[in-house]
Design a protein. Structure first.
Length: 279
């Protein structure tokens, strides 16, 4: 469950006020809202390091400093940038290993850009950059541990796979290719050059497999949320419906080049918030 904003959305680089994340989180009670924006801020800052064009050794050092800062927070001696996090960590039982997993996920893009990872590596990436955010989030929302972790697993992966499908061209411009190697090879795509893969005629077949994976995770996430009162799952449900709308737009547009960007209209976003937050 990216705070994206996984975000983040799960594009942590967006501003909070302009994201579906912001719309979902602003409906929460104050303590929950404050905790979620702390999680968002953390995700955005480490993502900005991973996505910057600074020298790779400097980015690795900056991410390592974040690990040390998280450790200091859990020792009870937080650095200034994490000073306000202590109350949320204590109240909601936020786990140190989830913060560290997010850093590990961001770091996967730093030594070199990810290009056609195998399915196991892709799933690990999704777990770290999305489901780990979800594991922090469900504690804030107040879900029981077992179902909360399961919801984070499925919704995080659904959101991140949708991001990957949406951002093929943007990622290619950055030298990144998140489509799994097995699906590329199965459909006769031998190159791992992101710009070349983005123009392959077989790309729609590759993407179709990821669409089905995303759909499956959305279905499982919906089953879990259906077991709880609306007020408990308002925020994750809004995120789910928003990202499912993106996936539907992508399916309708198709994945053959050239691909026009897709956006959920303001009216549709407002309808999602009204339906799942207030009605």
């Amino acid at each position: 469950m990216t705070v994206q904003a996984a975000a983040s959305d799960t594009n942590y680089g967006t501003t909070a006020s302009g994201s579906s994340f912001y719309a979902a989180m602003r409906i929460l009670p104050r303590e929950q809202r404050d905790a979620m924006f702390q999680i968002y801020s953390f995700c955005r800052q480490v993502d900005d390091i991973a996505d910057s064009d600074g020298p790779r050794p400097e980015r690795l050092r900056a991410l390592q400093q974040w690990r040390e800062d998280i450790d200091a927070l859990y020792r009870g001696n937080p650095p200034p940038r994490l000073r306000d996090y202590g109350a949320s960590v204590k109240k909601f039982g936020l786990q140190r290993e989830d913060f560290l997993a997010i850093i590990d996920g961001m770091e996967m893009d730093v030594p070199q850009e990810i290009r056609a990872p195998d399915l196991a590596t892709l799933d690990l990436y999704c777990d770290r950059v999305a489901s780990a955010v979800g594991r922090l989030s469900v504690r804030v929302f107040g879900l029981p541990s077992d179902d909360g972790i399961l919801l984070a697993h499925h919704l995080g992966r659904a959101l991140q796979l949708t991001n990957i499908l949406r951002d093929i061209d943007e990622d290619a411009s950055l030298g990144r290719l998140y489509l799994p190697r097995e699906e590329l090879e199965k459909n006769g795509v031998t190159s791992t050059d992101p710009l070349k893969v983005a123009t392959e005629k077989a790309l729609p077949k590759v993407c179709a497999a990821l669409v089905e994976r995303a759909r499956g995770h959305f279905i499982e996430a919906d089953k879990i949320m259906a077991r709880y009162p609306r007020r408990v799952v308002r925020a994750p449900r809004i995120m789910s419906k928003y990202y499912h709308a993106i996936l539907q737009l992508l399916i309708a547009r198709g994945f053959a080049a050239p691909r026009a960007p897709v956006r959920v209209s303001k009216f549709a976003r407002l309808a999602i918030v009204l339906r799942y937050a207030f009605i």
